[in-house]
Design a protein around this ligand. Sequence first.
Ligand SMILES: [Zn+2]
Ligand SMILES: [Zn+2]
Length: 233
Amino acid sequence: MAHKTGCTVCGSDLVYSDRPRLSTCFICKNEVVTAVTCRKDHFICDACHSSDANELILQFCENTHQSDPVAIARLLMNQPQVKMHGPEHHFLVPAVLLAAYYNHTGDEEMKKLKLYKAKFRAEKVPGGFCGSHGNCGAAVGVGIFVSLITGATPLSGKSWQLANRITGRTLLMIADKGGPRCCKRDSFTAIAEASKFIQEEFSVSLPLSEARCDFSSLNQQCLHAGCSFYQKN
Ligand SMILES: [Zn+2]
Ligand SMILES: [Zn+2]
């Protein structure tokens, strides 16, 4: 289940103490004095609580050391700023892939630089792009990811080909599952296809946890058993 109450990281109850103490924010890793943590000691600072979805995604991906893009995606999807459907998934997809890729290859400086570029690019892809342009923003997000890790430009040769090819491949995978749109299904599909692609092209094997969807009850158009990520609550 998505964590609708309690801790947005693990779902456990929040504990209100009468003795505020220094805690590390789960998202931005800043140390802040707080009187509220969950039973497992997770804490999210006020700045992260009030930031918008893309800023929250950026902050978390900059600071996390995880290299499992599915785990990072599921954690971010549980945060209240990330809605059931919405254009924040256009950034979420390249952000979790960049974080996982550079954490795995050990290049933190490059990760930060590319995350900023990805945010700038992804924010140009409006909501509903899948229906209006026949080009799901999760697939565009994978194109942004491969463009950034290969340094592709409109004038590049091989990297231009790779970025366009992965967008096409991802879009076919998304299209084959049929509509209506689901930003969770499309994001999980995009992350899986991108991970397969970088294994094939660059021999980079990211650890991938199972992409189980916790959001079915929030999606009026959920395909339920017709979706490979569906799990009964
Ligand atoms: Zn927690
Ligand atoms: Zn924070």
